[in-house]
Design a protein. Sequence first.
Length: 485
Amino acid sequence: MNATERRRRWWPRSVRAVAALAAASTAAVILAGIGWWVHHDVYRQNIQIAEDQAKDQLWSLCDKLEQGVLPDEISTVPYEVVAIGRRAAVAYGGGMDDFDPGAHHVMPAPPKALRAEIITTARLPANPDYDPHDKFSVAGGTNQVITADILPGDLDDAKAAALGVATDTKMRVYVVVLPHTAEAITKTTDRLLLRAGLGSLVLIAAVTYFAVRIALRPVEAIRVLTASVTANDPRERVTVPAAGHEITALATTINTTLQRLDNAAAQQRRFVADAAHELRSPLTTLLASLEVALAYPERTDWPAATTTAARQTRRLQALTEDLLLLARLDTRNPHTTPATVDLTTIASQLTDQYPLTKRPLTLACDSPGPAPVHGDPDEYERLLRNLIDNAARHAAHRIQITIHTHDDHVTLTVHDDGPGIPTQDAERIFERFVRLDDARSRDQGGTGLGLAIARDLAHRHHGTLTLTPRTPGACFRLRIPRAPA
């Protein structure tokens, strides 16, 4: 099992689990940052409180010493008073007796230079009786202390005698800043934050999981209903939630898609039915003429029967080619060939080569110059030929092809002087197998696919084909993007 498979195996597969994991992970990062900040802030504030308490104790000791009173050994803060030239401490208390300062003071003797109150560090000897759970116990090693000096001349003889020092002796008061309380409070705060953070993560993950589960209920309903849609019954639609949120947009989009699929299926069914109907007519005529000829061979006009069979075969061939072309147009991607084609050249060639032998008819092409467009020349020729064929079946005397070149597009119109097309049928004529003149024979009316193919070819080349109101007759307008020079 490779790394990718292991990751897929352990990674959550449901959206609910992924959302819960993502929310919990994000909350964990945020809570960790908040916990780090709270930890340092609580420790800093408690150290500041301990320093303030030590300063208060320091000035209280200085006041007593200046009055010639020895401080009590019982104190909330460890302290020691040392003097120059004196081996033992002048006074001590608050846990400093663990170091036995009566034999030799623990703190260093004050220097001769004058110093104001200062926060510094002092190294204490090892304390065998140190108890970290006792807030009055002092640890050995380097500790933070606050000092203040009693200068020579601050004490008279009586006060100096009461303290056991000479009047010209300099004394220094040391007060130890105990970090135990700050550390204990910080640890307690850390434990509380850890418990609260873990509980919050579990709560956030659970709330996110169930919230996403509730939010996805409409999606599950949509999935179930969509799964029930089949090709035989594509009319099923999903329920659109009343709330206007993303699920509503999803349901509306799915219903729109299903409606398009339903319309496409209905259009395909109609196309198949129309194609079968169109194919049945020439096949029936061809089969009937052949059966009659075979039943009465001696009375059959074989040249006429052969002519009828050939005519119906040509109809079948033309219809089959049109159906195959439509199938290719429906399945192929839009035209992207970078080749440049001149519409004026194609229109001129069709004008010169188009057969006009059935009745007197004039076909003319009017263009001021080249009309470059991108695309396939064979497809453009088929498009124009279909338009000319349609115009030739309805024109009375004349068909006019006009080409205009604009800055960004080329316009080609095919105008005939026939009876024209009613306005209400302007779009219907581009549907497949549509013939407006029901009384006209199918031989004269074509396959009913020419205009549909022409419009599909125009769309394939990113253009449009529309019926433009024009009197007399009908005018088809082709608009294609112009190829850059």
